[in-house]
Ligand binder design. Structure first.
Ligand code: ADP
Ligand code: GLC
Length: 473
């Protein structure tokens, strides 16, 4: 079986969040189970592009509205990621430093999807299945079936669409329909959602199967999906929730190249302490206090807007007894709130605004607790990395967080859960963490050992995806 994954991100070529981690790992684990899994993403100008060797495998041309464009497909030569990685280069459109955030993102991802279909159409032996991820690839299942240039050969290829995040749909106005490659618009209703062309909705309607990145998220989407609830409900028969795994070879405290001090379950107490001291030294924090970290996009979805007020409230409640460290970037006003807070509370709060892979690894290793107050969390990988590093998650019970973190008050529970995305609930959850740290160090140690042994490796999910593929062959 040969699978082509299509996405906007694939770690380490391009990562803005968890999508990159998943697309960079799942195909590797699928390959180990037999199927040939390949990945294609846009060719951005990232560090990885310049560090690797590439060979040209295809050149073609297509239209984006009236604009004729050439594209080329290059392949990474040395199988660095454990699967074939292809990049689509479209001059001027895709070859930029950032993945998203440009005013012409609609055009960029339309051209990418058109080029992917055009390239696959030129394959001698077609893939057995195309697996698309998130809205940037959501039109592909439609184009395979109704694109005039593609449907003859490609309409019979099964498609799977994975919803990593339904908060973003990629919708654009019908006045831009000329940007679509030539297709049968008598099926316009498949593209439409509330009078717009909506790639996420199109994927839900036209993909052969839909998956979400946790079972809990699939349930929630039927009642809360940024306007797509009725569609998720309508398509429930072809939908399944498959919990993400983590790449335990990359996220491994015993061998992580980003860490100076490695550790295992047996040495977690001393290993964590050394990483914590290193982290606290860098940010001027006291390593003898409990350290609570947050890593993530500074957006309302992650409840990052509550961080500043929550940290101020917690520090006021436990003066000299708790520290926070935040890594992230996103909305300017949230970043500013955090910067403003950090100055007066600098002995208790460290803030790093930006994206830094290395620092994130040190934080998973050095933190005592990882805070995730998300309003929406389709799966969440931070809590899974935290478990692997013996860091206790403090999470709001939502989506994938609810599926993966149990509360230490329950039998065999190991984390701290709370219900509302509110300063009050965060404060109460942090207080539980602070008392555990000072009053029950033995229990804290037991939880660390327990969580490090929980298996969230990809093997299980990779098998579930393959069973799903088999069911539609
Ligand atoms: P999402 O994909 O919604 O952002 P996930 O929890 O699935 O959330 O994945 C987030 C991933 O991005 C994790 O690998 C996390 O460590 C990483 N990450 C997020 N923000 C940063 C940052 N500022 N610097 C480094 N890594 C980050
Ligand atoms: C999305 C979600 C996140 C999930 C990730 C990987 O970005 O926000 O919860 O873990 O995709 O599937």
């Amino acid at each position: 079986m040969e699978i082509l994954h299509v996405a906007a991100e694939c770690f380490p070529m391009a990562k803005a969040g968890g999508l990159g981690d998943v697309v960079g790992a799942l195909p590797k684990y699928q390959r180990r189970l037999g199927p040939i899994a390949k990945v294609v993403v846009p060719m951005y100008r990232t560090e990885f592009l310049y560090q690797q060797q590439w060979e040209l495998v295809h050149e073609g041309s297509q239209y984006l509205g009236p604009q004729f464009f050439h594209y080329s497909v290059i392949k990474e030569k040395n199988n660095r990621l454990g699967f074939d990685l292809y990049l689509i280069d479209i001059n001027g459109l895709l070859d930029r430093e950032k993945i998203y955030g440009y005013p012409d993102d609609t055009e960029r991802f339309l051209a990418f999807q058109t080029a992917v279909c055009d390239w696959v159409n030129a394959w001698q032996h077609l893939p057995d299945l195309i697996h698309c991820h998130d809205h940037h690839t959501g039109l592909i299942p439609f184009l395979l079936q109704y694109g005039f240039d593609f449907k003859t050969r490609l309409a019979s290829i099964p498609s799977v669409f994975t919803v990593h995040n339904a908060q973003y749909s990629g919708a654009f106005g019908w006045e831009q329909k000329h940007l679509l490659p030539a297709c049968d618009l008598s099926h316009w209703a498949l593209l439409d959602w509330h009078h717009q062309i909506n790639p996420l909705a199109t994927a839900l309607k036209t993909a052969w199967r839909i998956t979400t990145v946790s079972p809990g998220y699939l349930q929630e989407l039927r009642t809360s999906a940024a306007g797509l609830e009725s569609l998720f409900d309508h398509e429930k028969e072809k939908s399944v929730g498959i919990l993400n795994g983590i790449d335990t070879e990359i996220w491994d405290p015993a061998h992580d190249p980003y860490l100076l001090f490695h550790y295992t379950v047996q040495t977690v107490a001393s290993g964590k302490q050394k990483n914590k001291e290193e982290l606290c030294r860098r940010f001027g924090l006291d390593p003898d206090r409990p350290l609570i970290c947050f890593i993530g996009r500074m957006v309302a979805e992650k409840a990052a807007d509550l961080l500043a007020a929550s940290m101020a409230a917690c520090v006021a409640q436990h003066p000299g007894k708790v520290s926070f460290l935040v890594l992230g970037s996103g909305e300017r006003d949230i970043e500013q709130q955090l910067d403003l807070l950090a100055a007066p509370l600098q002995d208790a709060v460290g803030i790093y605004i930006g994206y830094q892979e290395a620092l994130s690894h040190l934080m998973y290793a050095g933190a005592d607790f990882m805070l995730m107050p998300s309003r929406v969390e389709p799966c969440g990988l931070n809590q899974l990395y935290s478990l692997r590093f013996g860091t206790i998650p403090i999470v709001r019970a939502v989506g994938g967080l609810k599926d993966t973190v149990t509360d230490m008050g329950e039998q065999n529970g190991f984390g701290i859960r709370f219900e509302q995305a509110s300063v009050q609930d965060i404060k109460a959850a942090v207080s539980r963490a602070v008392s555990l740290y000072y009053e029950q160090p033995g229990h804290l140690q037991q939880f660390r050992e327990q969580v490090m042994q929980i298996d969230h490796s990809w093997e299980h999910a990779a098998k579930e995806y393959i069973q799903l593929y088999n069911s539609i062959q």
